[in-house]
Design a protein around this ligand. Structure first.
Ligand SMILES: Cc1ncc(COP(=O)(O)O)c(C=O)c1O
Length: 444
Protein backbone atom coordinates (compact mmCIF):
# COMPACT_ATOMS: atom_id res chain seq x y z
CA UNK A 1 0.00 0.00 0.00
CA UNK A 2 1.19 3.54 -0.71
CA UNK A 3 1.69 6.17 1.94
CA UNK A 4 -1.40 8.04 0.70
CA UNK A 5 -3.61 4.94 0.91
CA UNK A 6 -2.39 4.17 4.42
CA UNK A 7 -2.98 7.75 5.59
CA UNK A 8 -6.58 7.58 4.33
CA UNK A 9 -7.11 4.54 6.57
CA UNK A 10 -5.14 6.14 9.42
CA UNK A 11 -7.26 9.27 9.54
CA UNK A 12 -10.49 7.22 9.56
CA UNK A 13 -9.71 5.38 12.79
CA UNK A 14 -6.70 6.68 14.69
CA UNK A 15 -6.37 9.46 17.23
CA UNK A 16 -2.73 10.54 17.44
CA UNK A 17 -0.67 12.08 20.23
CA UNK A 18 -0.90 15.86 19.57
CA UNK A 19 -3.76 15.05 17.18
CA UNK A 20 -3.85 17.55 14.30
CA UNK A 21 -5.97 16.63 11.30
CA UNK A 22 -4.33 19.06 8.91
CA UNK A 23 -0.76 18.05 9.78
CA UNK A 24 -1.67 14.36 9.60
CA UNK A 25 -2.55 14.69 5.90
CA UNK A 26 1.16 14.96 5.07
CA UNK A 27 2.25 12.32 7.62
CA UNK A 28 4.74 9.61 6.72
CA UNK A 29 3.84 6.02 7.51
CA UNK A 30 7.03 4.34 8.69
CA UNK A 31 7.58 0.75 7.68
CA UNK A 32 11.22 0.04 8.58
CA UNK A 33 14.21 1.39 10.49
CA UNK A 34 17.88 0.63 9.93
CA UNK A 35 20.54 2.34 12.08
CA UNK A 36 19.87 6.06 11.63
CA UNK A 37 17.54 5.63 8.65
CA UNK A 38 13.74 5.46 8.61
CA UNK A 39 11.91 4.19 5.53
CA UNK A 40 8.34 5.21 4.67
CA UNK A 41 5.62 3.23 2.91
CA UNK A 42 6.63 4.65 -0.49
CA UNK A 43 10.19 3.40 0.03
CA UNK A 44 11.74 6.83 0.73
CA UNK A 45 14.72 7.06 3.12
CA UNK A 46 14.99 9.69 5.84
CA UNK A 47 17.66 10.47 8.41
CA UNK A 48 15.95 10.01 11.79
CA UNK A 49 16.99 13.42 13.09
CA UNK A 50 15.43 12.98 16.54
CA UNK A 51 16.12 9.25 17.05
CA UNK A 52 12.36 8.65 17.08
CA UNK A 53 11.40 10.88 19.99
CA UNK A 54 14.92 11.27 21.45
CA UNK A 55 14.89 7.60 22.46
CA UNK A 56 16.39 5.30 19.79
CA UNK A 57 19.93 5.82 21.07
CA UNK A 58 21.40 2.56 19.74
CA UNK A 59 19.73 2.98 16.34
CA UNK A 60 17.01 0.97 14.60
CA UNK A 61 17.02 -2.71 13.71
CA UNK A 62 19.19 -4.19 16.50
CA UNK A 63 18.83 -7.93 16.32
CA UNK A 64 20.23 -8.38 19.89
CA UNK A 65 17.31 -6.44 21.32
CA UNK A 66 14.73 -8.29 19.21
CA UNK A 67 16.17 -11.63 20.33
CA UNK A 68 16.23 -10.57 23.96
CA UNK A 69 12.56 -9.55 23.83
CA UNK A 70 11.63 -12.79 22.04
CA UNK A 71 13.47 -14.98 24.52
CA UNK A 72 12.00 -13.21 27.53
CA UNK A 73 8.46 -13.40 26.10
CA UNK A 74 8.92 -17.12 25.68
CA UNK A 75 10.38 -17.66 29.19
CA UNK A 76 8.22 -15.29 31.25
CA UNK A 77 6.31 -12.62 29.36
CA UNK A 78 4.58 -11.23 32.40
CA UNK A 79 4.20 -11.62 36.13
CA UNK A 80 2.98 -9.15 38.74
CA UNK A 81 5.59 -6.81 40.16
CA UNK A 82 3.40 -5.83 43.13
CA UNK A 83 4.73 -6.45 46.61
CA UNK A 84 4.56 -10.20 47.14
CA UNK A 85 6.10 -10.90 43.71
CA UNK A 86 9.26 -10.08 41.82
CA UNK A 87 11.16 -11.31 38.76
CA UNK A 88 14.82 -11.99 38.03
CA UNK A 89 15.08 -9.47 35.19
CA UNK A 90 13.83 -6.62 37.39
CA UNK A 91 16.23 -7.59 40.19
CA UNK A 92 19.18 -7.66 37.76
CA UNK A 93 18.23 -4.34 36.20
CA UNK A 94 17.81 -2.52 39.52
CA UNK A 95 21.14 -3.92 40.74
CA UNK A 96 22.83 -2.79 37.54
CA UNK A 97 21.30 0.70 37.63
CA UNK A 98 22.56 1.16 41.20
CA UNK A 99 26.07 0.91 39.76
CA UNK A 100 25.37 3.28 36.86
CA UNK A 101 23.37 6.12 38.37
CA UNK A 102 24.49 8.79 40.83
CA UNK A 103 26.28 7.26 43.86
CA UNK A 104 23.53 8.16 46.36
CA UNK A 105 20.80 6.60 44.18
CA UNK A 106 20.44 2.87 44.71
CA UNK A 107 16.70 2.00 44.67
CA UNK A 108 14.38 1.97 41.67
CA UNK A 109 10.69 1.93 40.79
CA UNK A 110 9.86 1.02 37.19
CA UNK A 111 7.18 2.47 34.90
CA UNK A 112 6.16 2.27 31.24
CA UNK A 113 7.50 5.69 30.26
CA UNK A 114 8.37 9.25 31.21
CA UNK A 115 4.95 10.60 32.20
CA UNK A 116 4.51 7.79 34.71
CA UNK A 117 8.01 8.50 35.98
CA UNK A 118 6.98 12.11 36.65
CA UNK A 119 3.83 11.01 38.46
CA UNK A 120 5.87 8.57 40.51
CA UNK A 121 8.47 11.13 41.58
CA UNK A 122 5.76 13.62 42.58
CA UNK A 123 4.00 10.97 44.66
CA UNK A 124 7.33 9.78 46.06
CA UNK A 125 8.23 13.33 47.16
CA UNK A 126 4.87 14.03 48.75
CA UNK A 127 4.90 10.70 50.59
CA UNK A 128 8.49 11.31 51.76
CA UNK A 129 7.53 14.58 53.45
CA UNK A 130 4.37 13.10 54.95
CA UNK A 131 6.40 10.26 56.44
CA UNK A 132 8.78 12.85 57.87
CA UNK A 133 5.93 14.62 59.65
CA UNK A 134 5.72 17.51 57.15
CA UNK A 135 2.40 16.83 55.40
CA UNK A 136 2.06 20.42 54.22
CA UNK A 137 5.15 20.10 51.98
CA UNK A 138 3.29 19.24 48.75
CA UNK A 139 4.01 21.93 46.14
CA UNK A 140 5.93 21.20 42.97
CA UNK A 141 8.05 23.90 41.35
CA UNK A 142 9.22 23.41 37.78
CA UNK A 143 10.25 25.71 34.93
CA UNK A 144 8.74 27.38 31.90
CA UNK A 145 9.63 25.66 28.64
CA UNK A 146 9.83 22.34 30.50
CA UNK A 147 8.24 19.08 29.39
CA UNK A 148 7.48 16.34 31.88
CA UNK A 149 4.66 14.40 30.17
CA UNK A 150 0.93 14.88 29.82
CA UNK A 151 -0.89 12.88 32.51
CA UNK A 152 -2.69 15.42 34.70
CA UNK A 153 0.03 16.00 37.31
CA UNK A 154 2.84 15.74 34.74
CA UNK A 155 0.97 18.18 32.48
CA UNK A 156 0.60 20.55 35.42
CA UNK A 157 4.36 20.39 35.97
CA UNK A 158 5.05 20.86 32.25
CA UNK A 159 5.88 24.51 31.59
CA UNK A 160 5.12 24.55 27.86
CA UNK A 161 1.79 26.31 28.20
CA UNK A 162 0.37 25.07 24.87
CA UNK A 163 -0.23 21.74 26.62
CA UNK A 164 -2.70 23.24 29.13
CA UNK A 165 -5.75 25.08 27.75
CA UNK A 166 -7.85 22.19 26.40
CA UNK A 167 -7.47 20.21 29.60
CA UNK A 168 -7.65 22.75 32.43
CA UNK A 169 -8.15 23.08 35.34
CA UNK A 170 -4.61 21.95 36.13
CA UNK A 171 -3.77 20.14 39.37
CA UNK A 172 -3.39 22.74 42.16
CA UNK A 173 -0.05 23.29 43.85
CA UNK A 174 2.15 23.44 40.74
CA UNK A 175 4.24 26.56 40.03
CA UNK A 176 6.66 27.57 37.29
CA UNK A 177 9.78 29.72 37.44
CA UNK A 178 11.59 31.09 34.35
CA UNK A 179 13.88 28.80 32.41
CA UNK A 180 17.59 29.71 32.59
CA UNK A 181 17.44 29.92 28.73
CA UNK A 182 20.82 31.59 28.04
CA UNK A 183 19.58 33.12 24.76
CA UNK A 184 16.56 34.79 26.33
CA UNK A 185 16.88 35.06 30.14
CA UNK A 186 17.21 38.73 31.15
CA UNK A 187 19.47 39.20 34.15
CA UNK A 188 20.73 42.56 35.36
CA UNK A 189 24.08 43.58 33.85
CA UNK A 190 27.12 42.52 35.83
CA UNK A 191 25.41 39.53 37.48
CA UNK A 192 25.88 35.89 36.55
CA UNK A 193 22.98 34.80 34.37
CA UNK A 194 23.10 31.24 35.73
CA UNK A 195 23.03 32.36 39.37
CA UNK A 196 20.26 34.88 38.69
CA UNK A 197 18.17 32.20 36.95
CA UNK A 198 18.78 29.72 39.80
CA UNK A 199 17.84 32.35 42.37
CA UNK A 200 14.37 32.43 40.78
CA UNK A 201 13.89 29.15 42.63
CA UNK A 202 14.83 30.69 45.96
CA UNK A 203 12.44 33.58 45.36
CA UNK A 204 9.58 31.18 44.55
CA UNK A 205 10.28 29.01 47.61
CA UNK A 206 10.32 32.07 49.89
CA UNK A 207 7.16 33.44 48.30
CA UNK A 208 5.29 30.15 48.81
CA UNK A 209 6.87 29.31 52.16
CA UNK A 210 9.55 26.58 52.30
CA UNK A 211 7.27 24.54 54.58
CA UNK A 212 4.87 24.08 51.61
CA UNK A 213 7.33 23.08 48.85
CA UNK A 214 8.01 19.37 48.26
CA UNK A 215 10.23 19.34 45.20
CA UNK A 216 11.87 21.13 42.30
CA UNK A 217 11.62 19.28 39.00
CA UNK A 218 14.08 20.06 36.20
CA UNK A 219 15.43 18.54 33.01
CA UNK A 220 19.25 18.96 33.05
CA UNK A 221 18.98 20.09 29.42
CA UNK A 222 15.43 21.13 28.50
CA UNK A 223 14.57 19.02 25.47
CA UNK A 224 11.11 19.59 24.00
CA UNK A 225 11.37 23.23 25.09
CA UNK A 226 14.12 23.74 22.50
CA UNK A 227 17.36 22.09 23.74
CA UNK A 228 18.03 24.70 26.40
CA UNK A 229 21.49 24.11 27.92
CA UNK A 230 21.87 25.80 31.32
CA UNK A 231 24.81 27.96 32.37
CA UNK A 232 27.70 26.15 34.15
CA UNK A 233 26.83 27.71 37.54
CA UNK A 234 23.05 27.13 37.36
CA UNK A 235 22.67 23.61 38.76
CA UNK A 236 25.28 23.91 41.54
CA UNK A 237 23.33 26.92 42.86
CA UNK A 238 20.03 25.02 42.46
CA UNK A 239 21.47 22.18 44.58
CA UNK A 240 22.44 24.69 47.31
CA UNK A 241 18.97 26.22 47.35
CA UNK A 242 17.26 22.82 47.54
CA UNK A 243 19.50 21.83 50.46
CA UNK A 244 18.95 25.11 52.28
CA UNK A 245 15.13 24.98 52.11
CA UNK A 246 14.67 21.19 52.33
CA UNK A 247 13.23 20.82 48.83
CA UNK A 248 13.86 17.57 46.97
CA UNK A 249 15.74 18.04 43.69
CA UNK A 250 14.24 15.81 41.02
CA UNK A 251 16.17 15.48 37.76
CA UNK A 252 13.94 14.63 34.83
CA UNK A 253 16.49 12.72 32.76
CA UNK A 254 13.90 11.10 30.51
CA UNK A 255 15.84 12.45 27.51
CA UNK A 256 19.30 12.97 28.99
CA UNK A 257 19.89 9.68 30.87
CA UNK A 258 22.16 6.99 29.39
CA UNK A 259 24.48 9.11 27.31
CA UNK A 260 22.71 11.56 25.02
CA UNK A 261 24.50 14.63 26.47
CA UNK A 262 27.93 12.98 26.47
CA UNK A 263 27.76 11.61 30.02
CA UNK A 264 25.74 8.70 31.31
CA UNK A 265 23.71 11.06 33.53
CA UNK A 266 23.61 14.74 32.75
CA UNK A 267 23.94 16.40 36.16
CA UNK A 268 27.45 14.90 36.18
CA UNK A 269 28.37 17.77 33.82
CA UNK A 270 27.97 20.11 36.78
CA UNK A 271 29.15 17.82 39.58
CA UNK A 272 25.90 17.54 41.53
CA UNK A 273 23.48 14.74 42.40
CA UNK A 274 19.67 14.86 42.48
CA UNK A 275 17.55 13.27 45.21
CA UNK A 276 15.39 11.52 42.62
CA UNK A 277 16.22 10.78 38.99
CA UNK A 278 13.58 10.07 36.33
CA UNK A 279 14.46 8.07 33.22
CA UNK A 280 12.72 6.40 30.26
CA UNK A 281 13.34 6.58 26.48
CA UNK A 282 17.00 5.52 25.97
CA UNK A 283 16.89 2.89 28.72
CA UNK A 284 15.38 0.54 26.11
CA UNK A 285 16.21 2.77 23.11
CA UNK A 286 12.45 2.74 22.54
CA UNK A 287 12.34 -0.97 21.61
CA UNK A 288 9.73 -1.54 24.32
CA UNK A 289 7.99 1.08 26.51
CA UNK A 290 9.88 1.47 29.77
CA UNK A 291 10.89 4.06 32.36
CA UNK A 292 11.28 4.63 36.05
CA UNK A 293 12.70 6.60 38.92
CA UNK A 294 15.71 6.10 41.17
CA UNK A 295 15.70 7.51 44.71
CA UNK A 296 18.50 8.34 47.12
CA UNK A 297 19.28 6.23 50.16
CA UNK A 298 17.49 8.57 52.55
CA UNK A 299 14.22 8.39 50.60
CA UNK A 300 14.59 4.62 50.22
CA UNK A 301 15.09 4.23 53.98
CA UNK A 302 11.90 6.21 54.61
CA UNK A 303 9.94 3.87 52.33
CA UNK A 304 11.31 0.88 54.21
CA UNK A 305 9.54 1.87 57.46
CA UNK A 306 7.87 -1.21 58.92
CA UNK A 307 4.11 -1.03 58.67
CA UNK A 308 4.05 1.35 55.68
CA UNK A 309 2.24 0.45 52.46
CA UNK A 310 3.15 2.87 49.64
CA UNK A 311 -0.12 2.91 47.68
CA UNK A 312 1.34 3.61 44.24
CA UNK A 313 1.44 0.91 41.54
CA UNK A 314 1.26 0.04 37.84
CA UNK A 315 0.29 -3.33 36.33
CA UNK A 316 3.34 -3.10 34.08
CA UNK A 317 5.86 -1.90 36.67
CA UNK A 318 9.01 -4.06 36.45
CA UNK A 319 7.72 -5.76 33.29
CA UNK A 320 10.11 -8.66 32.63
CA UNK A 321 10.39 -7.96 28.89
CA UNK A 322 11.07 -4.27 29.48
CA UNK A 323 13.69 -5.11 32.12
CA UNK A 324 15.39 -7.69 29.89
CA UNK A 325 15.54 -5.34 26.89
CA UNK A 326 16.78 -2.50 29.12
CA UNK A 327 19.65 -4.68 30.41
CA UNK A 328 20.68 -5.74 26.91
CA UNK A 329 20.40 -2.17 25.64
CA UNK A 330 22.50 -0.83 28.54
CA UNK A 331 25.16 -3.39 27.65
CA UNK A 332 25.23 -2.06 24.08
CA UNK A 333 25.54 1.50 25.41
CA UNK A 334 28.50 0.45 27.53
CA UNK A 335 30.21 -1.84 24.97
CA UNK A 336 29.97 0.75 22.19
CA UNK A 337 30.77 3.63 24.52
CA UNK A 338 27.76 5.59 23.30
CA UNK A 339 28.11 8.46 25.82
CA UNK A 340 31.53 9.29 24.36
CA UNK A 341 30.21 8.81 20.83
CA UNK A 342 27.46 11.33 21.66
CA UNK A 343 30.05 13.76 23.03
CA UNK A 344 32.30 13.49 19.95
CA UNK A 345 29.56 13.49 17.34
CA UNK A 346 27.74 16.30 19.14
CA UNK A 347 30.88 18.45 18.99
CA UNK A 348 31.16 17.76 15.26
CA UNK A 349 27.47 18.47 14.66
CA UNK A 350 27.50 21.74 16.58
CA UNK A 351 30.64 22.94 14.78
CA UNK A 352 29.20 22.02 11.38
CA UNK A 353 25.92 23.80 12.16
CA UNK A 354 27.85 26.87 13.23
CA UNK A 355 30.01 26.80 10.08
CA UNK A 356 26.99 26.46 7.83
CA UNK A 357 24.47 28.69 9.53
CA UNK A 358 25.94 31.21 11.97
CA UNK A 359 26.03 34.00 9.34
CA UNK A 360 22.45 33.51 8.22
CA UNK A 361 20.44 36.66 9.04
CA UNK A 362 17.58 34.65 10.56
CA UNK A 363 19.60 32.19 12.63
CA UNK A 364 19.46 33.58 16.16
CA UNK A 365 21.06 30.81 18.20
CA UNK A 366 22.80 27.49 17.60
CA UNK A 367 23.23 25.44 20.75
CA UNK A 368 23.71 21.94 22.07
CA UNK A 369 25.13 19.54 24.62
CA UNK A 370 26.37 16.21 23.34
CA UNK A 371 24.20 14.83 20.57
CA UNK A 372 21.32 17.16 21.39
CA UNK A 373 21.33 20.35 19.33
CA UNK A 374 18.99 23.09 18.15
CA UNK A 375 18.89 25.98 15.70
CA UNK A 376 16.60 28.84 16.73
CA UNK A 377 15.28 30.99 13.89
CA UNK A 378 14.28 34.60 14.56
CA UNK A 379 12.76 37.47 12.60
CA UNK A 380 15.43 39.89 13.85
CA UNK A 381 18.85 38.86 15.13
CA UNK A 382 19.50 42.14 16.91
CA UNK A 383 16.32 42.24 18.96
CA UNK A 384 15.92 38.41 19.03
CA UNK A 385 12.30 38.99 18.01
CA UNK A 386 10.54 35.77 16.99
CA UNK A 387 8.56 35.41 13.76
CA UNK A 388 4.79 35.95 14.01
CA UNK A 389 3.28 32.48 14.67
CA UNK A 390 1.07 32.82 11.55
CA UNK A 391 4.16 32.67 9.33
CA UNK A 392 4.74 29.08 10.46
CA UNK A 393 8.45 29.35 9.76
CA UNK A 394 9.37 26.30 11.87
CA UNK A 395 6.76 23.97 10.33
CA UNK A 396 7.78 25.11 6.82
CA UNK A 397 11.46 24.38 7.52
CA UNK A 398 10.42 21.01 8.97
CA UNK A 399 8.51 20.14 5.78
CA UNK A 400 11.33 21.31 3.47
CA UNK A 401 13.79 19.16 5.43
CA UNK A 402 11.45 16.16 5.36
CA UNK A 403 11.08 16.47 1.57
CA UNK A 404 14.89 16.39 1.34
CA UNK A 405 15.22 13.33 3.59
CA UNK A 406 15.69 14.64 7.15
CA UNK A 407 12.87 13.96 9.62
CA UNK A 408 12.94 15.60 13.04
CA UNK A 409 10.77 18.03 15.02
CA UNK A 410 10.47 21.74 15.61
CA UNK A 411 9.52 23.63 18.74
CA UNK A 412 7.81 26.66 17.15
CA UNK A 413 10.73 28.09 15.09
CA UNK A 414 13.51 26.07 16.73
CA UNK A 415 14.70 23.04 14.76
CA UNK A 416 15.68 20.16 17.07
CA UNK A 417 18.33 17.54 16.35
CA UNK A 418 19.12 14.43 18.42
CA UNK A 419 19.89 11.55 16.03
CA UNK A 420 20.85 8.03 17.14
CA UNK A 421 24.34 7.78 18.66
CA UNK A 422 25.31 5.43 15.81
CA UNK A 423 24.91 8.15 13.16
CA UNK A 424 27.85 8.14 10.72
CA UNK A 425 29.98 11.17 9.83
CA UNK A 426 28.45 11.15 6.34
CA UNK A 427 24.95 11.20 7.78
CA UNK A 428 25.91 14.05 10.14
CA UNK A 429 27.20 16.03 7.15
CA UNK A 430 24.04 15.30 5.19
CA UNK A 431 21.89 16.39 8.17
CA UNK A 432 23.59 19.80 8.25
CA UNK A 433 23.42 20.15 4.46
CA UNK A 434 19.68 19.38 4.36
CA UNK A 435 18.86 21.69 7.25
CA UNK A 436 20.89 24.53 5.70
CA UNK A 437 19.16 24.15 2.31
CA UNK A 438 15.76 23.94 3.99
CA UNK A 439 16.32 27.15 5.98
CA UNK A 440 17.51 28.86 2.79
CA UNK A 441 14.44 27.59 0.90
CA UNK A 442 12.12 29.13 3.49
CA UNK A 443 14.03 32.27 4.53
CA UNK A 444 16.38 33.00 1.62
C1 LIG B 1 11.96 15.26 29.87
C2 LIG B 1 10.73 14.46 29.62
N1 LIG B 1 10.00 14.03 30.65
C3 LIG B 1 8.91 13.28 30.47
C4 LIG B 1 8.48 12.94 29.21
C5 LIG B 1 7.23 12.13 29.04
O1 LIG B 1 7.54 10.86 28.63
P1 LIG B 1 6.41 9.91 27.97
O2 LIG B 1 6.04 10.52 26.66
O3 LIG B 1 7.10 8.58 27.88
O4 LIG B 1 5.27 9.89 28.93
C6 LIG B 1 9.22 13.35 28.10
C7 LIG B 1 8.80 12.99 26.73
O5 LIG B 1 9.30 13.50 25.75
C8 LIG B 1 10.37 14.14 28.30
O6 LIG B 1 11.08 14.61 27.28
Amino acid sequence: MTNTQLIARDTAHLIHPLHDTEAQRSARVWVKGEGTILIDADGNDYIDGLAGLWNVLVGHGRRELAETAYNQCETLAYASGYTGSSNERAIELAEHLAGLTYPSINRFFFTCGGGEATESSIKMSRSYWKLHGKPEKTKVISRRESYHGVTMAAMSATGLTAYWPLFEPRVPGFLHIPSPYPYRYNNSPGTSQGIAAANELEKAILREGPETVAMFLAEPVQGAGGVIVPQHDYFPRIREICNQYEVLLVADEVITAFGRTGKLFALDHWGIEPDIVQFAKAITSGYVPFGGIGVNDDIAATLDDEGLVWMHAYTYSAHPVGCAVAMRNLRIIEEEDLPNQCADKGTLLLAALQDALSDHPHVGDIRGKGLMCAVELVADRTTRQSFPPGEKVGPRVFEEAARRGLFSRVKVDTYLLAPPAVITDDQLGRTVEILTKSIQAVLG
